[in-house]
Design a protein around this ligand. Structure first.
Ligand SMILES: [Zn+2]
Length: 288
């Protein structure tokens, strides 16, 4: 996997430029769940992120990873000492199988209400069978989610003392959503960002530059600008290897600065998205 360093000020953000997610074996490998910060926990696999936020009145889960991983995500939630039936809301980054595939099963097992962006909700109800998806035809379908509530752009999901805000960041998929909230340890509260995938991957005849759809590129760039401009102290993303997330977790040491805290991380991540889109558009100009 090709790695690049993006220098922003004095901060270095490491990111994998390869957007095809080469290490697919890691997608189904177990990962011990752990606390990210305050009431925010990692309950995904080695290669796919799932985030758990504990409120005063139940749990919010973001993403379910692959369909076959649902039991692993559920086991991770329980291993942290939580009850599965305390999961009250399930949110989604984007409606591809590797992030949404397990949601139907986890919603069934927990009784949680699933919520997504307006287009994301449509995609989830169709199990990813969505012709406007840039990867339509290549992206595997998955068990549809029968009931999905809609969260507006800049709308919030409230549960107990937790407020999670939806930011529509379409591009990788039409329904792509970035979620933000605050987590506190004592009086120190940090801006948490779960930014959606920003890679411009296509299948079949899909063209971001399609003259009949000028909104595809403008919406994509607007979403990247939204990510770049977010208050951002701990960045999480659906594919943890894209920001070396678990490697940085492994470097954490008490009494030293937390390698997860990087206020420049969202800007660096958005730059990766701009590069991916520009590369895709350059290929489309020469008919690829
Ligand atoms: Zn995807």
């Amino acid at each position: 996997m090709k790695l690049s360093r993006i220098a922003i000020g004095s901060c270095l953000a490491f990111a994998a430029v390869t957007v095809a997610h080469a290490d697919k074996a890691a997608w189904t490998q177990p990962q011990q769940p752990f606390r990210i910060y305050g009431n925010t926990y990692y309950v995904g696999t080695r290669g796919l992120t799932a985030i758990l936020i504990a409120s005063s009145d139940g749990l919010v889960l973001i993403d379910g990873t692959l369909p076959q991983n649902a039991p692993m995500v559920e086991a991770n939630i329980k291993a942290l000492g939580f009850q599965l039936h305390d999961v009250k809301r399930i949110l989604n980054s984007h409606a591809h199988s590797d992030h949404a595939g397990g949601i139907a099963a986890i919603a069934h097992d927990s009784g949680a209400q699933v919520m997504a962006s307006e287009v994301g909700a449509k995609e989830l109800r169709l199990g990813g069978h969505y012709p406007d998806d840039p990867q339509y035809g290549d992206a595997p379908t998955y068990p549809p989610v029968s009931s999905v509530g809609v969260v507006a752009d800049n709308g919030v999901v409230r549960l107990g003392d937790v407020t999670v805000t939806a930011h529509y960041t379409p591009g990788h998929t039409p329904g792509s959503t970035t979620w933000t909230w605050q987590s506190c340890e004592g009086k120190r509260c940090l801006d948490m960002v779960y930014a959606d995938s920003i890679s411009a991957l296509t299948a079949g005849n899909f063209r971001y530059s399609d003259a009949a759809h000028p909104e595809r590129v403008s919406n994509y760039r607007r979403g990247l600008a939204v990510i770049a401009g977010l208050p951002c102290e701990i960045l999480m993303v659906p594919h943890p290897d894209q920001i070396d997330f678990l490697e940085r977790v492994a470097r954490r040491k008490p009494g030293t600065p937390d390698p997860l805290v990087d206020p420049a991380a969202c800007r660096a991540y958005a730059q990766l998205g701009t590069r991916s889109l520009d590369e895709r558009l350059a290929k489309e100009r020469v008919g690829q």
